[in-house]
Write a protein of this length. Structure first.
Lengths: 234, 175, 277
């Protein structure tokens, strides 16, 4: 055994030694400047480690994180359920409400969507949904009207982004699973199409509007979830 | 910047689906998580790892009950994510190979105070196992028995790796 | 239903028939990996499998047994770190069939891309996601979150919060004791048989498919039911309030405590009491 108890010096400074061994080392240190120096150095290392400073990442990682947050599954994710009971149901357009919340939900993973739900409470979401300062009631905006609301453009672009992402990792996906994903996206598209057609005849129907929004959201969910599953399992 | 009450409130809101509350948690804790990631895996992978950690935290936030500070809890989640990820990487080059011979040269953060730069540069030169134990013990403040559990090693191994890491750090930092 | 849908439904029933056959094949299977690790209370199991069936059974030992059949160049990793037991194979693209035996109270997180998941006998929460494959669960207690893109979901005898979501597949929930249930699919029927708690919230939704609810005779609940092309059928007399003729209904049973929401674009919503046809 070495005369210098170097191997024990970390435990010594961490005070993890039994009393007899501790006493033996203390006595050694009083007569060995070499070991005493090591102890000082180790204490300096520990102290430097404890004083290490953190700084935020060089680039803001939040947008990338927000895109990856799965929506919560706590009851209905679509808002307008309560609005059926509200007396002011014509004071705003549910298509636009749903559409607007969808657009933001796509971009920031549900923040506004949830905010509308939370903020709406029992009085319905209209108070939150109508932009501040907007005097004009937003009635009669229909999903299928000539100028498609901006939200659907954004929706399509978000879907396209996710589909591109899925394509990028397509080589890693089992072919049967990839076919299943495509088939199911087609099923959702068909449901979206049917709902849009129904809305043309009845643009203000609450059920159809919420159903459209939740089906569109479903497509986003499927794309996100499929991408996540493929990534984690390869 | 963050308070325990505020964090707990935001964690509950985030659990309900409020991404703005979650963003506040990100803003409050991203620096420390990123720092931990940088020290554990190096700057190159730290961004990706930090993202993974916060995505995981979003999934797991329902299990945060406020017994510990949110910062402590999130670091624990972060460590689990990092260890899982490192395990995955290590598989590619053989799980049980001894990494003692390898000296990894992860890039260092350029923006820190000088002593931090020195420390992180020295850290990056440590062998992986010694570095993990050193970061967990001397930077994160975990006890040997906790580290042993996390890393699936014995307490004795944790102690000897720590000592080894400190001695190597001493060579680098103390002249 | 158009031709494409019919083809899909047929494919689905074939897949289901195949899965019923496979279910019996677990016994007698040979395993290239058979490992058992200790599992303390409070630990959870995380399984990621790209391709292949995952079967989970429960036992009363504080341990996780991982049996897997796979090609010889695949290595199955079982990692225990912190409170997590992780099971994963080294070659993501190759088929790995797992049979996992876990403590009954161990929460489960299972992700599968291509393959079925079959869980039985556990009394814990679980998150199970599959892209292409049915999910079948007997038991479960806590937060139960089941999601499949292509594939049916069957949950029996569970307690806790239940969330089930599919795109192309039916959702069957039987013998459920829960105050919070959501079941949503796009193409497929949804059925629920279980408790209705007075403070509960239940939501069932599909685009193409019926919704079938069997609820206790003494259930107190306020129903809202919405459809575009479908109808509402109840096995007992109710006084309907029609918000929109033939399309949006509401009615109250008993004390009206629970909140039950039904939605189908194309399909029949049917509500009955136990024993009613």
């Amino acid at each position: 055994m070495s005369a210098h108890p170097t191997e024990k010096l970390s435990e010594f400074i961490d005070d993890e030694l039994a009393a007899p061994e501790r006493a033996r080392i203390e006595s050694h240190l009083s007569s060995c400047s070499q070991c005493a120096r090591v102890v000082d150095d180790l204490r300096a290392v520990v102290s430097a480690a404890g004083a290490v400073e953190d700084s935020p990442p060089a680039s803001d990682l939040w947008p990338a994180i927000a895109r990856r947050l799965a929506p919560r599954h706590q009851g209905p994710r679509v808002v307008a359920i309560d609005s059926r009971r509200g007396p002011r149901r014509l004071s705003f357009s549910i298509p636009q409400l749903v559409a607007a919340s969808l657009a933001v939900a796509l971009l920031s993973a549900g923040a506004v969507w949830m905010a509308i739900r939370d903020g709406g409470g029992t009085t319905g979401p209209s108070t939150v949904a109508v932009p501040a300062g907007s005097e004009e009631p937003m009635t009669g905006v229909t999903v299928a009207s000539g100028s498609a609301p901006q939200v659907f453009v954004e929706y399509e672009s978000a879907v396209a982004d996710l589909e591109r992402l899925l394509d990028e990792i397509s080589d890693d996906i089992d072919p049967d699973a990839r076919r299943a994903i495509d088939r199911n996206l087609a099923i959702i598209d068909q449901a979206i199409q049917q709902t849009r057609e129904a809305l043309e005849a009845d643009p203000n129907d609450d059920y159809l509007n919420t159903h459209l929004a939740s089906t569109m959201q479903r497509k986003i969910d499927v794309l996100q979830e499929a991408t996540r599953l493929v990534r984690t399992s390869t | 910047m963050t308070t325990p009450e505020g964090d707990l409130r935001d964690a509950r809101l985030a659990f309900e689906g409020d991404t703005r509350a979650f963003e506040r948690l990100y803003r409050g804790h991203s620096a420390s998580v990123h720092g931990l990631a940088r020290r554990m895996v190096g700057l190159e992978e730290a961004d990706a790892l930090t993202q993974d950690v916060f995505v995981r935290v979003w999934e797991k936030i329902g299990t945060f009950r406020g017994e510990a500070a949110f910062g402590t809890w999130i670091h624990r989640v972060a460590i689990n994510v990092m260890l899982a990820r490192q395990d995955v990487r290590r598989r590619d080059r053989g799980r049980f190979e001894d990494d003692d011979a390898q000296v990894e040269t992860a890039p260092v953060a350029p923006r820190e105070s000088e002593s931090s730069i020195d420390l992180e540069a020295a850290l990056a030169s440590l062998p992986e196992r010694a570095r993990r134990v050193f970061v967990l013990h001397d930077v994160e403040g975990y006890k040997h028995h906790e580290i042993a559990e996390m890393l699936e090693i014995t307490v004795g191994t944790s102690k000897s790796q720590l000592h080894r890491a400190r001695m190597l750090m001493r060579e680098q930092l103390v002249t | 239903m158009n031709q494409q849908m019919k083809t899909i439904m047929r494919t689905l029933s074939l897949a289901l028939a195949a899965s019923a056959t496979l279910g019996g094949a677990v016994r007698g299977q040979t395993f290239q990996t058979d490992r058992t690790v200790d599992a303390q209370p409070g630990m959870r199991l995380q399984v990621e499998n790209h391709f292949g069936r995952v079967t989970v059974r429960a036992w009363d030992r504080p341990a996780v047994r991982v049996q897997a059949s796979h090609p010889s160049d695949v290595r199955v990793e079982v990692d225990v770190s912190g409170s997590l037991v992780q099971v994963e194979a080294s070659h993501g693209g190759k088929s790995v069939e797992y049979v996992l035996t876990v403590p009954a109270d161990m929460p489960l997180e299972i992700d599968v891309v291509q393959g079925e998941v079959d869980v039985s006998g556990t009394r814990a929460g679980m998150q199970i996601q599959s892209v292409n494959g049915a999910i079948t669960v007997h038991g479960g207690d806590g937060s139960i979150d089941l999601g499949s893109v292509q594939g049916s979901i069957t949950l029996e005898g569970a307690r806790g919060e239940v969330h089930a979501e599919s795109v192309n597949g039916r959702i069957q929930l039987r013998g459920i004791d829960s105050g919070r249930v959501t079941a949503e699919t796009v193409n497929g029927a949804v059925s629920y048989e279980g408790s209705i708690r007075s403070d509960g919230w239940y939501r069932f939704s599909t685009h193409n498919g019926g919704i079938d609810l069997t609820i206790p005779a003494n259930a107190g609940a306020t129903f809202t039911a919405s459809t575009f092309n479908g109808t509402l059928v109840t096995g007992f007399p109710v006084t309907l309030r029609e918000a929109k003729e033939g399309k949006e209904f509401s009615f109250t049973l008993g004390s009206g405590g629970a909140r039950i929401e039904l939605e189908t674009f194309n399909g029949t919503m049917s509500i009955r009491r136990p024993g009613q046809p």
